[in-house]
Design a protein around this ligand. Structure first.
Ligand SMILES: Cc1cc2nc3c(=O)[nH]c(=O)nc-3n(C[C@H](O)[C@H](O)[C@H](O)COP(=O)(O)OP(=O)(O)OC[C@H]3O[C@@H](n4cnc5c(N)ncnc54)[C@H](O)[C@@H]3O)c2cc1C
Ligand code: SF4
Length: 708
C-alpha cells in the first residue's frame, strides 16, 4: 500500500461567485510542466479510472477470477470523489440483471441498497396545467427493478471491491494518460501510435497561476498492463484516448443530455414507496428532447428530475430554470409542497446509443461503461449496461494476463470465449510484453447483453431529431418498441459530418425570446445543496483551450496526423487571444450560452475590469490598462469571461456544449467536487447553505428560494 495515497479531507464548501482575485505575477512566470516532473511509480496489472458501476464491476470481477482460478492480479481503482459514490447522482431506477450476474447472492447480502422494489410505473404527457396518462412504452416497464440511490449502490460495491482486495483510492483523480516513450503499437486504423501504459494521478498543490506551492506533491504514475477508463459520460481521459486513437472513426458523434436532479423528503402521506413516473412535454418546447421523472425511494425520499437533450438549439434555454418550472406543474407542486429539498445535482449522460459507441479498445486499455456511452435512452437506464461492460472488460483482461486460466464468463456467456494457452502466439512486439490487448473485450461486446439492449432501441433517440420533433419521436418510438428494433434500418443522429450535435447552431439565435434581451441567466442553481468543495487555492481546472499540454505525456495527436507539433501545441495552451476569441464568438454569436447552460452558475460574462486571468499575462490591478502594462487583452468589446471553478459540480456540460469547443474540463485536485448521497445529511446541507448564504451575493438566492 502506498503511504502517500491517502484520501484528503474535504476542504471548504462551494465558494461565493466572483470572490477570488486571479492576478498573476508574470515577470518571472514559469508554468509548471507535468511532463518533466519526477514522480513515484507503481506497477499494477490493471488500473481502473473511475469508481462508478462500470469500474467497480470490473474491479470486483477481476478479484473474483483471482480467487476462482488462484492467479493473482493487482487491481488499483482511482476515484476522484472524496468517497466512492460521492460524484454519482442519486435516485435511479435500477435494472438488476447485471448485478444478478456479478453477485448472484446480492439479495441476501446484509446492507444492500436495493431495498425498494418498483411498485408502479407510469407515463404522463404534461401540458402546462394537466398531466395526461399515456401508454407506457414496453422498455419502460419497470417490473422487477428497484428504486435506489446510485451513489449508495456505488459506495456498497466499493466496499465489496475493497474486501476482495482491490486497492481503492478515493480522492485520487486520474489526471493524465501515461504513454510509452516511442510509438510502439498500431491503432485501429493501422497508424503507429504510442500505447497507454497507465495513468498519472493529479498533482496536488499547484497555485492558481499553475506554479508549485509549498504543499506541492507530484501525482503517482501507475504503470499498468491494462488501463480501463470507467469515468462515466465524457470522461476527461476517455476524451483524450478517443481523440488520440481515432476511436470514433467510422462511428457517429456522441449525443448527450444534461440530467438535473433533486432529492426531496416529502410528507409521508404523499409518499408512495416504489412509485415511478416519467413525463414528457411541458416545460420543454416540442423541438427540445427531454423528459422528467418522479421516483419514490425508501424513507419518504423522492428523486425528481429533468433531462434536457444537449442538442437543444435555443441559446437562451436554461436547463436549471426549466427544471424549476417543471416543479411548479400542479402535479409536482402538490407532491413537493411542505416537503424539504435535501440535495441537488446535475450530470451529463450519453444518449447516442449503439451508433455512437466508439471503438472500445485501444493500445493498452479500453473504455467501459458510460465512458463509451451505454445508456439505453428509451429506458433512461445505463447502470446495468455499464456493469456488464466492466465485467466483460475484466474477463478479457484476466484472460490475457493469465492465458492458461479457465473460467466461465458471467458477463456474457454467449460471446466471451476464454483463449486457450495452446492457441496463443508468443508476444510479437515489445509493447505486447508489457501491455495486454483488450481487443477480445471489444469483440465479445458484439452480441453481448449490453449490445443487444442498445441495438433494440437504436432508432428511438434519432427519431426525436426529425422535423417532427417530440411528436415524431413519440410516434416512431411507439412503433419501434412494438417491433423491438427488428427493422432493417438504423437512423443516424442527423448531425452534419464532423460536427458535434450537442453544440448550438448560430441560426438558433432566431429563437431568442423577445422578453429576455439580456445575456444573464434568470435562475441560479443551489450549488450549496450539492455539497461541492474545491480548494480556493488550487489551479482553475476549467481551461479555455482544446487540449491539455502534457495530458498524454509526450503524445502527438494521432487523430490529426497532418498537424504540426507547433499547431498541436497552440491548441493546448491557455492564451489571452484564445480567451478573447472565446468571448467574441460565445457572446457575440451565441448570446453567452454557457452562462445559462451550466447547472452550477460557473460561467459569467462580465464587464472587463482589466484584471487578468491567464497565468503569466502580466500583473494587473483594478482600473489599470492592460496594454499599457504590457499584457494582452483577454476580453472582447468590454466583456470578459469569469470562471467560478470552485462551484463546478463536474457535470461536463461545458466541455460538451460550448459552441467553440474550447473549454477543456480537467481534473481538479482529488477529493474536490460534489458530495452526492441520498443520505446527504440535512445538518450538513443546512450548514453549507448557511455558510454559502454568508459568502454569496444575494442575487441568486432570492430567485431560487422564491420557487419553494
Ligand atoms: C440524471 C441522470 C439520471 C440517470 N438515471 C438512471 C436510472 O434511473 N437508471 C439507470 O440505470 N441509469 C441512470 N442513469 C445513467 C447511469 O447513471 C449511468 O449509466 C451509470 O452511472 C454509468 O456508470 P459508469 O460507471 O460508467 O459511470 P459513472 O456512474 O458516471 O461513474 C464514473 C465514476 O468515475 C469517476 N471519475 C471520472 N473521471 C475520473 C478520473 N479522471 N479520475 C478518477 N475518477 C474519475 C467519477 O467521479 C465517478 O465516480 C442516469 C444518469 C443521469 C446523469
Ligand atoms: S463548469 Fe462545466 S462541468 Fe462544471 S458544473 Fe458547470 S457545466 Fe458542469
Amino acid at each position: 500500500m502506498l503511504a502517500r495515497l491517502r484520501p484528503r479531507l474535504p476542504g471548504h464548501p462551494a465558494r461565493a461567485l466572483h470572490a477570488i482575485s486571479r492576478n498573476a505575477s508574470s515577470s518571472s512566470y514559469t508554468p509548471y510542466d507535468p511532463s518533466t516532473e519526477p514522480r513515484e511509480e507503481e506497477a499494477v496489472d490493471v488500473c481502473i479510472v473511475g469508481g462508478g458501476p462500470a469500474g467497480l464491476s470490473a474491479a470486483i470481477r477481476l478479484k473474483q477470477l483471482e480467487s476462482e482460478t488462484g492467479n493473482e492480479v493487482r487491481v488499483v481503482l482511482l476515484e476522484k470523489g472524496s468517497e466512492v459514490g460521492s460524484h454519482i447522482l442519486s435516485g435511479a431506477v435500477i435494472e438488476p440483471s447485471a448485478l444478478d450476474a456479478l453477485l448472484p447472492d446480492w439479495r441476501s447480502m446484509e446492507g444492500h441498497p436495493l431495498a425498494q422494489p418498483v411498485t408502479s410505473s407510469s407515463m404522463r404527457l404534461l401540458t402546462q396545467k394537466y398531466a395526461i396518462p399515456i401508454p407506457h412504452p414496453p422498455q419502460m416497464n419497470n417490473k422487477g427493478n428497484f428504486v435506489a440511490s446510485l451513489s449508495q449502490v456505488a459506495a456498497w460495491l466499493g466496499g465489496i471491491a475493497e474486501e476482495l482486495g482491490v486497492e481503492v483510492y478515493p480522492g485520487f483523480a486520474g489526471a493524465r494518460l501515461l504513454l510509452s516513450d516511442e510509438a510502439d503499437a498500431r491503432d485501429g486504423q493501422g497508424r503507429e501510435v504510442k500505447s497507454v501504459r497507465g495513468v498519472v494521478t493529479h498533482d496536488a498543490g499547484l497555485t492558481r497561476q499553475r506554479t508549485k506551492s509549498a504543499r506541492f506533491e507530484a501525482g503517482v504514475a501507475f504503470r499498468a498492463r491494462a488501463t480501463l477508463l470507467a469515468e462515466g459520460a465524457h470522461g476527461s481521459l476517455s476524451k483524450q484516448a478517443i481523440a488520440m486513437y481515432g476511436l470514433r472513426e467510422g462511428k457517429e458523434a456522441q449525443t448527450y443530455g444534461i440530467g438535473l436532479k433533486e432529492v426531496w423528503r416529502v410528507a409521508p402521506e404523499k409518499h408512495v414507496p416504489g412509485k415511478v413516473m416519467h413525463t414528457i412535454g411541458w416545460p420543454l418546447a416540442s423541438d427540445t428532447y427531454g423528459g422528467g421523472w418522479e421516483y419514490h425511494m425508501a424513507d419518504s425520499l423522492v428523486s425528481v428530475g429533468l433531462v434536457v437533450g444537449l442538442d437543444y438549439k435555443n441559446p437562451y434555454l436554461e436547463p436549471y430554470r426549466e427544471f424549476q418550472r417543471m416543479k411548479h406543474h400542479p402535479s409536482l407542486r402538490a407532491l413537493l409542497t411542505g416537503g424539504e429539498r435535501l440535495a441537488y445535482g446535475a450530470r451529463a449522460l450519453t444518449e447516442g446509443g449503439l451508433q455512437s459507441l466508439p471503438r472500445l479498445d485501444f493500445p493498452g486499455g479500453a473504455l467501459v461503461g458510460c465512458a463509451a456511452g451505454v445508456v439505453n435512452t428509451a429506458k433512461i437506464k445505463g447502470t446495468h449496461n455499464a456493469m456488464r461492460t466492466g465485467m466483460l472488460a475484466a474477463e478479457a483482461a484476466f484472460a490475457a494476463l493469465h492465458p492458461s486460466a479457465q473460467f466461465i464468463s458471467t458477463a456474457s456467456p454467449a460471446t466471451f470465449k476464454v483463449p486457450l494457452a495452446d492457441g496463443l502466439k508468443a508476444s510479437e512486439t515489445e509493447a505486447e510484453k508489457e501491455i495486454i490487448s483488450m481487443a477480445p473485450y471489444a469483440a465479445a461486446f458484439k452480441g453481448s447483453p449490453p449490445h443487444n439492449d442498445l441495438w433494440a432501441v437504436r432508432n428511438v433517440r434519432p427519431a426525436f431529431r426529425t422535423s417532427l420533433g417530440l411528436w415524431g419521436g413519440v410516434l416512431y418510438a411507439g412503433m419501434d418498441t412494438i417491433l423491438g428494433g427488428r427493422v432493417p434500418w438504423t437512423f443516424k443522429h442527423h448531425s452534419p459530418a464532423g460536427t458535434n450535435p450537442s453544440t448550438t447552431s448560430p441560426d438558433a439565435l432566431s429563437t431568442r425570446p423577445t422578453s429576455d434581451s439580456s445575456c444573464k441567466p434568470i435562475a441560479y442553481p443551489p450549488v450549496a445543496l450539492t455539497g461541492t468543495n474545491h480548494s480556493e487555492a488550487e489551479a482553475v481546472h476549467l481551461r479555455v483551450m482544446r487540449g491539455v499540454k502534457g495530458a498524454a505525456l509526450g503524445a502527438a495527436d494521432a487523430s490529426k496526423p497532418d498537424e504540426t507539433a507547433a499547431e498541436a501545441d497552440t491548441d493546448t495552451t491557455e492564451t489571452p487571444a484564445r480567451r478573447c476569441a472565446h468571448v467574441r464568438v460565445n457572446v457575440g454569436t451565441y448570446a453567452g450560452l454557457l452562462q445559462r447552460a451550466c447547472p452550477a452558475g460557473v460561467y459569467e460574462y462580465v464587464a472587463d475590469d482589466g484584471n487578468k486571468v491567464v497565468p503569466g499575462n502580466n500583473v494587473f490591478g483594478k482600473g489599470k490598462d492592460a496594454k499599457s502594462e504590457g499584457g494582452e487583452e483577454e476580453g472582447w468589446e468590454g466583456t470578459k469571461l469569469v470562471i467560478n471553478s470552485q462551484n463546478c459540480i463536474h457535470c461536463k456540460l461545458c466541455d460538451i456544449k460550448v459552441p467553440t469547443q474550447d473549454i477543456t474540463w480537467t481534473t481538479p485536485e482529488g477529493g474536490g467536487g460534489p458530495k452526492y448521497s441520498a443520505c446527504f445529511s440535512f445538518v450538513y446541507t443546512l450548514s453549507l447553505s448557511l455558510l454559502s448564504s454568508l459568502l454569496s451575493p444575494p442575487r441568486g438566492r432570492s430567485i431560487v428560494y422564491r420557487l419553494y
